[in-house]
Ligand binder design. Structure first.
Ligand code: NAP
Ligand code: ZN
Ligand code: ZN
Length: 351
């Protein structure tokens, strides 16, 4: 008899206030268009922490987090055409979308008008089956939501590209980071450090705004042209009116006014960080220079593939600390202290 599920194991959160703990669960047997992926590496995104601590609303426990997944195709459904056993692949922040709305039909499925299906703490399109993420040994995903990892990218370093990489690539491209442009990145964490590397590869001049002075040397080594220690009084004053684009990756609520002042006429500040509490700002600095405050969420499947190929072509990889899954709770504490250098990646082979 055919098995009715694939056994999976991993780490899950069982409440907002308890540490993640080992968890055994089930994945669906592959449907016609499904790819079964043996997960090799799983990145730790700050969104995982916001979610499992119910900072964005009550999570649906148990939650197996993880949406920076890199692995190897282990099996495919009978109608899969895009992947074969042995391929190196990735899965990012969503595993399905409605496929019918105007966004889905124009390669913007990250903006699915009916809501994409998150890789974890979400429901499949049936509206009742919970999704579980990458802090595990195996995942089953429709081939249309799987990414191809180019062979020149090491799998452990490819994992963070699936969220941190695309989340910066998309707005940098959309708002025209490139030669002759000065781009500011606020926060040098997992997302921010990818922003520095990608903006630099796009040809922009890059300015890092960080509240951790000890990160200066690293920022410059990553390619930043300037490092601004925002804990110093009036540190932003010399940068008023200088920036063509700023991306805010900070996971906590910060005052935006001083950053708006750094934008040129008509320039844009893009929010990608999603703190628990609202940001504060006054409209004056926006109004006076017709500046824009915008937002951006990850990128489409098509754009994520483009980003992976871009990173391979420019030899861009994140700085990672490779850890065993049992170290996940210690890693969370360090992320919360802005002490990640610059992305934790779990070696799922050590589960
Ligand atoms: P992270 O690695 O923790 O980096 C966040 C950085 O923000 C820290 O390293 C720190 O940089 C800065 N920071 C933290 N607390 C601060 C504070 N109190 N004041 C000033 N700066 C502070 O987190 P991440 O994984 O990059 O994620 C960043 C945010 O983006 C999270 O809110 C996450 O949920 C969100 N996110 C959004 C998307 C999207 O599609 N929009 C995708 C992924 C993640 P410095 O030490 O350099 O100051
Ligand atoms: Zn993420
Ligand atoms: Zn849709």
């Amino acid at each position: 008899m055919e098995p009715s599920f694939i056994p999976a194991k991993g780490y899950a959160a069982f409440s907002a206030s308890t540490p993640l703990a080992p968890y055994a669960f089930q994945r669906r047997v592959p449907r016609d268009h499904d790819v079964v992926i043996q997960i090799k590496f799983s990145g730790i995104c700050h969104s995982d922490i916001h979610t499992v601590r119910s900072e964005w609303g009550e999570a649906n426990y148990p939650v197996v987090p993880g949406h920076e997944i890199a692995g190897i195709v282990q099996a495919v459904g009978p109608k899969v055409t895009r992947y074969k056993v042995g391929d190196t692949v990735g899965v990012g922040c969503f595993v399905d979308s409605c496929r019918e709305c105007s966004s889905c039909k124009s390669d913007l499925n990250n903006y699915c008008l009916n809501g994409f299906t998150g890789t974890y703490n979400s429901l499949e399109r049936d509206g009742k089956t919970p999704t579980q993420g990458g802090y595990s040994d195996v995942i089953v995903v429709d081939q249309n939501y799987v990414l191809r990892i180019p062979p020149s990218l090491p799998l452990d370093k490819a994992a963070p590209l699936l969220c941190a990489g695309i989340t910066l690539y998309s707005p940098l491209k959309h708002w025209g980071a490139g030669p002759g442009k000065t781009v500011g990145i606020i926060g040098l964490g997992g997302l921010g450090h990818m922003g520095v590397k990608i903006a630099k590869a796009m040809g922009a001049r890059v300015v890092v705004f960080s509240h951790s002075a000890k990160k200066q040397k690293d920022a410059l080594e990553m390619g930043a042209d300037h490092f601004i220690d925002t804990s110093v009084k009036d540190a932003l004053v010399p940068w008023q009116g200088q920036m063509d684009l700023i991306v805010n990756t900070v996971s906590a609520e910060i005052n935006m006014n001083d950053y708006f002042e750094c934008l040129k006429l008509d320039a844009t500040l893009v929010a990608v960080g999603l703190p628990e509490k609202p940001l504060t700002f006054h409209p004056f600095p926006l109004v006076l220079m017709r500046r824009r405050f915008a937002g951006s969420v990850i990128g489409s499947i098509q754009e994520t593939q483009e980003m992976l190929d871009f990173c391979a072509a420019h030899a861009i990889t994140p700085e990672i600390e490779l850890i065993a899954p049992r170290e996940v709770n210690v890693a969370y504490d360090r992320v919360l202290k802005s002490d990640v250098r610059y992305r934790f990646v779990m070696d799922m082979g050590r589960l």
